[in-house]
Ligand binder design. Structure first.
Ligand code: BGC
Length: 511
């Protein structure tokens, strides 16, 4: 391992990060793995407010919607309706845990292809659904699909990107999630007018699956993964393509080979290794970061934006339009992250974004509290509804440049190669488990807590922002092979990690 470290320090070119067109294109194509996840997030909320869909599958919700005496906070409070949305996450959770073995054995790219194909089949079944069983089966397959791709894609991006630009490259994944969300919202807006619009919305999910699967088929796997699987010639080729045909990739390749040899010699079971004391900081982050990401309350907004806007007084059409606006704002803000994450670092974005999101949640709670109160019998006037939308957009922007992309980036970059896929798996599983729990309970909680739910999330944001301030080391620009140094130098975590080398000075470009 130490050999790898010295090789890194001795070589400034390969590792440091020359930006080639080839690596940029490859990573854009790979990042499109986020499309299917985003499409699903964006589509389910809208579909569950479409009347023909509710009439066919969830007539009791429709009856409640039409009732004259209704509490606005409680209209959509139906366990069956929520299980439709969240069944995907249980399947995704199971798949993400299996995925770490697949990504190690078959490579990152093959896992992405598998994810795309499974999602495709799920989309076709959903589009053709004639009963709830088909709906749920389709969603389980979609869940397997995103379980595989969400595990493999962030790791792919982190391993392929030059370290100096790793943050920017990784935001690509969240960017494609954002594109998926917006495309889905846009489609919902149009298809909600058609009797069979829900079929269109659910079935068109096959398209992003085709795009990402074809994309994954044309890119090469990451050098680390190829070395790990003994494909040295291909690894060299992939590295050369990524770093530039004329660049000297020997040192980087040797370092990868050494790291892999050490890993293989130890022959440890990664799911055991990851629980060793020295990996405690890594493990804590891979659990805490996705857990906290969900406690920002983003999916309250993402899944249920149309429902929520209807609940606070927007008509059906304008509710879908409002969530479309929200999606576009979110998408643009991810680009802000792309531009800033390698310049100002991860921590600065987390702290700024957290503060902004906190303020917005408090503001939304205040408006709803003052104007609808707890009775939920009054609708918001147009002006106030727009004010809520503005706060939510500001919130979504804060998420878009902080917890959105960074929650995928951090777990994919902090682990040593031998437990990287395992760490990413745990992280995706925690993301899905928390999303599931929140999705399953959100509508009921909204019905009981009313506007107080936004204060709950505001409180969580305070906790997570303090957590980042105290415990998350800055990883900006640190080559993956030198990542252990950030823990060794951290005021708290250094007591857990074994020093892998003499106190390490990081390469110049990172100062
Ligand atoms: C989160 C999702 C969320 C999405 C919103 C992702 O990073 O993991 O839960 O719905 O961002 O764009």
């Amino acid at each position: 391992m130490a050999g790898g470290v010295f090789a890194v320090e001795g070589n400034d070119s390969g590792f440091a990060g020359r930006l080639t067109m080839s690596v940029v294109i490859t990573c854009i194509v790979a990042a499109s793995g986020g499309l299917i996840f985003g499409y699903d997030i964006g589509i389910s909320g809208g579909v569950t407010t479409m009347e023909p869909f509710l009439r066919k599958f969830f007539p009791s919700v429709l009856r409640k919607m039409k009732a004259t005496e209704k509490n606005l906070y409680c209209v959509f409070d139906s366990q069956v309706l929520t299980s439709f949305t969240s069944s995907l996450y249980i399947a995704g959770l199971a798949a993400s845990l299996v995925a770490s073995r697949l990504t190690r054995a078959l490579g990152r790219r093959a896992t992405m292809v598998l994810g795309g194909c499974t999602f495709f089949i799920g989309a076709v079944i959903n589009g053709a659904a004639v009963n709830i069983a088909m709906l749920i089966l389709g969603r389980i397959l979609l869940g397997f699909g995103v379980g595989f791709t969400n595990q493999a894609t962030p790791v792919y991006l982190s391993e392929m990107a030059p370290s100096k630009w790793r943050g920017a490259f990784s935001t690509g994944f969240q960017f494609f999630i954002g594109i998926g969300v917006v495309a889905a919202n846009g489609l919902n807006y149009g298809s909600s007018r058609l009797e069979w619009g829900w079929r269109l919305s659910l079935g068109v999910a096959a398209l992003p699956a085709i795009v990402m699967t074809l994309g994954a088929l044309v890119i090469s796997d990451t050098p680390s993964s190829l070395v790990e699987r003994g494909k040295l010639a291909e690894a060299e080729q992939s590295l050369r393509r990524a770093r530039g045909v004329n660049s000297d990739v020997e040192a980087e390749l040797n370092s990868l080979i050494k790291t892999t040899e050490v890993m293989k010699a130890a022959n440890q079971e990664p799911f055991k290794t990851i629980f060793e004391r020295q990996y405690r900081p890594h493990l804590v982050m891979s659990v805490a970061i996705p857990f906290f990401q969900q406690l920002t309350g983003i999916n309250v907004i993402a899944f249920y934006a149309p429902v929520l806007f209807q609940s606070v007084g927007f008509g059906n059409d304008s509710a879908l339009m409002a969530s479309l606006i929200l999606g576009v704002v979110n998408l643009c803000s991810i680009l802000v992250s792309t531009g800033l994450v390698d310049r100002y670092g991860r921590r600065a974005l987390f702290l700024q974004g957290g503060t902004q999101m906190f303020l917005c949640q408090v503001a939304v709670a205040s408006v709803l509290g003052a104007k609808i109160g707890v009775s939920g019998k009054e609708t918001l006037s147009k002006d106030y509804a727009i004010l809520v939308l503005v706060f939510m957009c500001t919130y979504a922007a804060g998420f878009g440049w902080s917890w959105g992309p960074l929650s995928w980036l951090i777990p994919s970059e902090i682990f040593p190669l031998k437990i990287r896929p395992t760490g990413q798996s745990i992280s995706v599983a925690v993301n899905f488990a928390t999303t599931f729990a929140l999705a399953q309970t959100f509508l009921t909680i909204l019905c009981h807590f009313k506007y107080g739910i936004f204060l709950f999330y505001a409180g969580c944001i305070v906790v997570m922002t303090l957590f980042v301030a105290l415990f998350l080391p800055e990883t900006k620009g640190v080559p993956l092979e030198l990542m252990h140094t950030v823990w060794e130098n951290h005021w708290y975590w250094r007591r857990f990690v074994k020093r892998e080398s003499a106190p390490t000075t990081l390469p110049k470009q990172m100062d």
